[in-house]
Design a protein around this ligand. Structure first.
Ligand SMILES: NC(=O)c1ccc[n+]([C@@H]2O[C@H](COP(=O)([O-])OP(=O)(O)OC[C@H]3O[C@@H](n4cnc5c(N)ncnc54)[C@H](O)[C@@H]3O)[C@@H](O)[C@H]2O)c1
Length: 382
């Protein structure tokens, strides 16, 4: 198949801007992908951040004002990875310029911002827009999703999706924009990690009917740039207890987002248990998925059995990597981009896709309900 070249630019050359730039360099690992992305341009207000992109031969444009990228007719797709308070303006401008957008979560700092971005999406159908959430592209997560969809669980008893960090256990860690409401947003850790825990539930049709939020601000001050403590006013941990429905039957759905969970480093976990079957996956053990069934036992009788499947390397788009090898975070980024660019061409088929603008906007309604319920001590409807 001859691949169509799509020109990509990045706005925000920080942690994620570099991660995406590096992932795109591994594109030849994908087998028969209909698109070949060409990263040509990058923008950051901090000129020093642009120097890293000297490593990538195809990047010929480096600017400090993103409007220059919007005016460039040669750019097809823009990935934006900036502070949450900047999402609404920059995403809306990218969409209005007719460029396709892979946005970063939380898709606006709050519900009003997300609705404004959604309005821009609706006004500009020529702009293909999706939101980043890469963890469900782990092969183990894909197996778990397919397992739920197969109906093997029967009546669902309960489900849980978690994203767990210990990035903030150290109370001497300096303050950054992600720890201040005015930049991160009132939803705090939910804005940082929540999209990762709602992508799969929303895709499975598990939009919550009610939410009970248990929110913690554990570390309330951190050292500022001069070492003097400044308020750290964002929620650190948030557990949301929800009621959702599967095949019309209500079940408890729990999502956990934690910056302070000692021992965890970017651990994404999914578990769904039913009367007939169950499935569990954690990126802490990325090779392995556990499935539950009531099975015939050699010698007679039936027993409750948890079995372990090693899943290997293959996700939504096949790669040259041997199927028995391991999969990691940067592979999930590559797979997310493979899904994004294939779907933009209308060629994703029934494979798992990135978060839609409607799903992304819905997460803010869930976070608002969680905050309200935490304030009022009673569950709330999104
Ligand atoms: N998907 C994931 O796993 C994941 C992980 C981390 C962060 N994120 C998200 O990515 C986004 C960025 O986070 P990050 O960790 O990369 O942040 P970062 O602070 O490392 O980088 C942000 C960059 O944006 C630049 N910037 C600020 N204003 C700008 C403007 N007007 N124009 C161009 N550049 C500008 C900054 O100078 C900085 O270099 C956030 O939405 C965050 O929630 C996603």
């Amino acid at each position: 198949m001859s691949a169509k070249t799509v020109t990509v630019a990045i706005i925000g050359a920080g942690l994620m801007g570099r991660e995406i730039a590096a992932a795109i360099q591994r594109w030849p690992a994908l087998i028969d992908h209909p698109v070949r992305p060409r990263l040509t341009a990058v923008c950051d207000i901090n000129e020093a951040a642009l120097a890293w992109f000297d490593e990538i031969d195809t990047v010929t444009t480096k600017v400090t004002d993103y409007h220059e990228l919007l005016a460039d007719p040669a750019i097809d797709v823009i990935y934006v990875a900036v502070r949450h308070d900047l999402h609404e303006r920059i995403y809306s401008d990218v969409i209005a310029a007719g460029k396709s957008l892979l946005a970063e979560k939380p898709f606006g700092i709050d519900e009003a911002a997300a609705q404004a971005i959604l309005s821009a999406v609706e006004a500009h159908p020529e702009s293909f827009v999706r939101c980043s959430s890469e963890m469900p592209f782990f092969p183990g997560a894909q197996l778990a999703i397919d397992y739920v969809r197969s109906g093997a669980l029967g009546i669902i008893v309960e489900a849980r999706n978690s994203f767990l960090h210990a990035s903030d256990v150290d109370v001497t860690k300096p303050i950054g924009w992600k720890r201040q409401n005015r930049f991160c947003g009132e939803a705090g850790v939910l804005n940082d990690l929540g999209m990762h825990t709602w992508h799969v539930p929303l895709r499975l049709g598990w939009a919550p009917e009610t939410v009970y939020g248990v929110l913690q601000n554990i570390v309330t001050e951190r050292p500022g740039p001069d070492g003097v403590p400044v308020p750290c006013d964002t929620w650190d941990n948030a557990v949301l207890h929800s009621w959702a429905r599967h095949d019309g039957v209500r079940f408890p759905l729990t999502t956990e987002t934690k910056r302070i969970d000692p021992g965890q480093k970017n651990t994404w976990e999914f578990e769904a248990i039913g009367l007939d079957g169950g499935v569990r996956f954690s990126t802490k053990n990325p090779r392995s998925v556990e499935v539950f069934a009531i099975a015939d036992i050699p010698g007679g009788g039936r027993e409750q059995v948890w079995q372990q499947i090693d899943v290997g390397s293959q996700s939504v788009w096949p790669t040259v990597t041997g199927p028995n090898f391991e999969f990691g975070f940067s592979d999930s980024i590559l797979q997310m981009w493979a899904a994004f660019l294939a779907e933009r061409e209308g060629l994703l088929g029934d494979r798992f896709g990135c978060v839609t603008p409607q799903e992304a906007a819905a997460t803010h309604g869930i976070y608002r309900a969680a905050i309200r319920s935490d304030e009022q001590g009673a569950s709330a409807a999104p």
